[in-house]
Design a protein around this ligand. Structure first.
Ligand SMILES: [Fe+2]
Ligand SMILES: [Fe+2]
Length: 269
C-alpha cells in the first residue's frame, strides 16, 4: 500500500504532534507575531550556509507526523528528489534550504516556542493572524483557543485586512518560512528568483495552498504563487523516507549552486 502522508488522526499521529498544534493555535496571535518579528529579524548573526545546514542535524521537527529524522535529512531528501527530476538548479537549492529558518532554535527560547523542546513558534502549518481561523487548519477544534478569536478587530473573515489585499499583505503565524524569507530578502548577494522566494515563504501555508481558504483576502495575481508552491510541495511532502545521507558528501555538488545564488559570504540571521 502507498504511504499516506499528513495523517493527523488520533490513532496515527503521535500525541506530541497534536499537543504542538494546540499550543501553536493558543499562542500565535497578532501581538505574538509582531513581537517575534521585532525580536528575531535583527540580521546580526553571521553564519555560513553550510554551517547552518549542519545545525539542523540537531533538530527533529515535532510537528511532522511523517518523519522522525534530523531536519537536515529532510532537506537533503527534498533537494535530491528535485535534482533527480532535473529541475532548475535554483529549485534544487530551495529544496536544500527551505527549512533552514528552523535554526532559529539556536537563539530561541521555550517561552517563545522557538527551542528544541517547544517548537510552536517555529514549525508546523501556518495560518493568517488577524482574521478568522478556517476549518481547513489541522485540528480545527483548537481554533477557539486563539485569543484573537474573541477580539472583534480580528474575528471576522477579513479581520484586520482589506478584502482582496493579496497574499503578500497577509501576516502569517510566526515560523521558519517567514524567518528565512526575511533573512534572504535582507541578504545583499541574494539572486534567487521570485519563484524560489515564494516557495520559501509560503510552503507551510497549508490552509491556503491545500485547504483553499482565505479566498476573500486573495487577489488574482496570487494564482501564480499557488502554482509555484504546489509544484514545490510535491518534493517537500512526498519525498519523506527513511533514507539518510551524509551532508558533507553532497557539498561539492550543492555549494557551487548556493554560491551562484547567495554568494560566498556568511548569511546574517
Ligand atoms: Fe518547512
Ligand atoms: Fe520541509
Amino acid at each position: 500500500m502507498d504511504k499516506v502522508f499528513r495523517d493527523y488522526r488520533e490513532s496515527k499521529a503521535k500525541a506530541a504532534v497534536k499537543e504542538h498544534y494546540r499550543k501553536m493555535r493558543a499562542n500565535q496571535t497578532v501581538s505574538y507575531v509582531e513581537k517575534m518579528k521585532k525580536k528575531y529579524l535583527t540580521y546580526d548573526k553571521p553564519l555560513m550556509l553550510w554551517d547552518a545546514l549542519k545545525n539542523l542535524d540537531d533538530l527533529i521537527d515535532v510537528s511532522d507526523p511523517d518523519l522522525d529524522l534530523p531536519n537536515v535529512q529532510h532537506l537533503i531528501q527534498s533537494a535530491e528528489a528535485i535534482r533527480r527530476d532535473k529541475r532548475a538548479d535554483w529549485m534544487q537549492l530551495v529544496g536544500l534550504i527551505h527549512d533552514l529558518g528552523k535554526i532559529m532554535f539556536l537563539w530561541g527560547s521555550d517561552e517563545d516556542g522557538t527551542s528544541q523542546k517547544e517548537q510552536w513558534g517555529m514549525v508546523g502549518d501556518v495560518f493568517v493572524v488577524g482574521c478568522t481561523l478556517p476549518n481547513s487548519c489541522v485540528y480545527p477544534e483548537f481554533n477557539s483557543l486563539n485569543p484573537d478569536m474573541s477580539d472583534s478587530r480580528y474575528n471576522s473573515l477579513t479581520g484586520k485586512y482589506k478584502k482582496g489585499c493579496g497574499l503578500k499583505n497577509l501576516e502569517l503565524a510566526w515560523g521558519h518560512d517567514e524567518y528565512l524569507f526575511q533573512v534572504l530578502e535582507h541578504h545583499s548577494t541574494n539572486r534567487l528568483p521570485e519563484e524560489a522566494m515564494a516557495m520559501i515563504r509560503y510552503h507551510s501555508f497549508y490552509p491556503w495552498h491545500s485547504g483553499n481558504s482565505y479566498t476573500e483576502l486573495l487577489q488574482r495575481e496570487d494564482e501564480k504563487y499557488l502554482n509555484w508552491i504546489r509544484d514545490f510541495n510535491k518534493y517537500d511532502l512526498y519525498t519523506k523516507s527513511n533514507q539518510t545521507y551524509d551532508l558533507d558528501s553532497l557539498k561539492n555538488y550543492y555549494l557551487p549552486i548556493a554560491e551562484k545564488y547567495l554568494g560566498k559570504g556568511p548569511i546574517y540571521w
